[in-house]
Ligand binder design. Structure first.
Ligand code: ASP
Ligand code: MG
Length: 421
């Protein structure tokens, strides 16, 4: 059997759902489990809705009406028969949230976030499953919360692999003998039966969990790009598709911020040597990229850009050496504020890191300043070049001032800013 993952962009409208159905149909088999994200940009909207709800902002109701209207417009164009149970099914899902929104927000914000934001996936999968059934592809809708078991670290839940594997193998293999199975990405269930989520863009990770637990032949992530490219077309004019990629390079690229696949996706696949295909839902006949156990290095240098970087430099107050003990204090503070380090460099009397700018940074700097002297510089760019050479470095630093450069054998990272003239 194989696992497919379709993200929000692939099901952003009725045509997207029809296109998904065509792709699935072309395989002519039952043995496919399909993991789907929320439609279009609905997760962003639900995130804004939750924020409004928690802060008691009136805008909450307006946003909820928009979420409903968006889905019903898709349902209306997919289902001519208004007696199709999907109309009721989706209405009922929304009613559950309506009840919640009527109450004052008293539960913890992260818990509320997961209960509300998860309906994006609940509704998208219901619509797709109903549509596949309508066109004669027998489809079973499965509630991922019964299979992906997590702790209650809401908004970024951790998977209980043992329980997850057991439940998936117990039920889903039988379902797959009967029909196509459609389930949600991004969400899981806690031991108290509450909904949890795995972190933004976590549907790829969900798909990898299902693949691993089902020992699938392969996982295919259907995207709006032809495969894994050597740079994001948003930042680079000339990009090239990479046909074959090792798990190792894929982990490195996603770790440094390549957004084509979620960084947590590769490990579960690598452990079982399940190949991952990244293919275009716009050109399903094209080959895409195969990520597997190959030993070949990347054929071309790859570039990953991150903007909105803050370079934080940390010095001991008394000019003593940065020693292990200081590093452990520093790392504990980064951990406490949940700030991820994108690159770092330490010298005898300073330690510098580049991190994404966010509202957490000011608090982190405040905490660091209690023990250390701290300097920081905002509005920077970080470029990571995998399989770099001097040419590629020269190319990215045109018109830039370089603040930090860190090199390992295959990877070069440069923190820089626009040159002032
Ligand atoms: N819908 C979720 C998000 O947008 C999960 C995903 O798309 O992977 O973050
Ligand atoms: Mg998404």
């Amino acid at each position: 059997m194989q696992v497919f993952k379709f993200g929000g962009a692939s099901v952003k409208d009725a045509d997207g759902v029809k296109n998904l159905a065509k792709i699935v149909q072309s395989y002519g088999t039952n043995q496919i489990l399909i993991v789907i994200s929320a439609m279009g940009k609905i997760t962003n909207k639900l995130e804004a809705l939750t924020k409004a709800y928690v802060s008691g902002d009136e805008k909450c109701n307006e946003l909820f009406e928009e979420v409903k209207a968006y889905h019903f417009s898709i349902i209306n164009s997919l289902f001519e028969d208004h007696k199709n149970p999907i109309f009721n099914d989706v209405s009922n899902t929304f009613v559950e949230i309506e009840w919640l929104l009527e109450e004052k927000a008293s539960d913890p914000a992260d818990y509320l976030y997961d209960q509300i934001v998860s309906i994006g996936e609940m509704v998208s999968t219901k619509i797709v499953a109903a549509y596949l059934n309508q066109i004669g592809i027998f489809t079973i809708w499965a509630d991922a919360r019964n299979y992906i078991h997590t702790d209650n670290n809401y908004k970024d839940a951790n998977v209980n692999w043992e329980k997850t594997e057991l439940e998936i193998q117990k039920h889903l293999t039988t379902f797959l003998d009967k029909g196509i199975v459609v389930t949600q990405g991004f969400i899981g269930g806690t031991s108290e039966n509450f909904t949890s989520t795995l972190g933004r863009e976590g549907s790829d990770y969900s798909a990898a969990i299902f693949s691993s637990c089902l020992n699938s032949e392969s996982l295919t992530i259907w995207k709006d790009v032809p495969g894994v490219l050597n740079a994001d077309p948003k930042w680079f004019d000339e990009t090239e598709k990479i046909d074959q990629l090792s798990y190792h390079d894929a982990i490195e690229l996603t770790y440094y911020g390549a957004t084509v696949i979620h960084p947590k996706t590769i490990k579960p696949l690598q452990n079982k040597e399940i190949p991952l295909y990244v293919r275009s839902f716009l050109a399903p006949e094209s080959e895409g990229t195969k990520i597997s156990n190959v030993k070949i290095p990347l054929p071309i240098p790859s570039f990953i850009f991150k903007v909105n970087q803050v370079l934080i430099s940390i010095f001991p107050k008394d000019f003593s050496f940065i020693i292990e003990e200081s590093l452990s204090t520093i790392f504990n503070l980064f951990h406490k504020h949940k700030v991820k380090v994108n690159t770092m460099l330490n010298s005898a009397i300073s330690f510098s890191v580049s991190v994404n700018d966010s509202e957490k940074i000011d608090l982190l700097i405040k905490d660091l300043s209690e023990t250390f002297k701290v300097k920081y510089n905002k509005g920077l760019e970080l470029v990571t070049i995998r399989y770099y050479n001097q040419n590629t470095i020269d190319r990215v630093i045109v018109n830039k001032d370089v603040l930090l450069e860190v090199k390992s054998r295959h990877t070069c990272q440069i923190v820089m800013k626009e040159k002032k003239d």
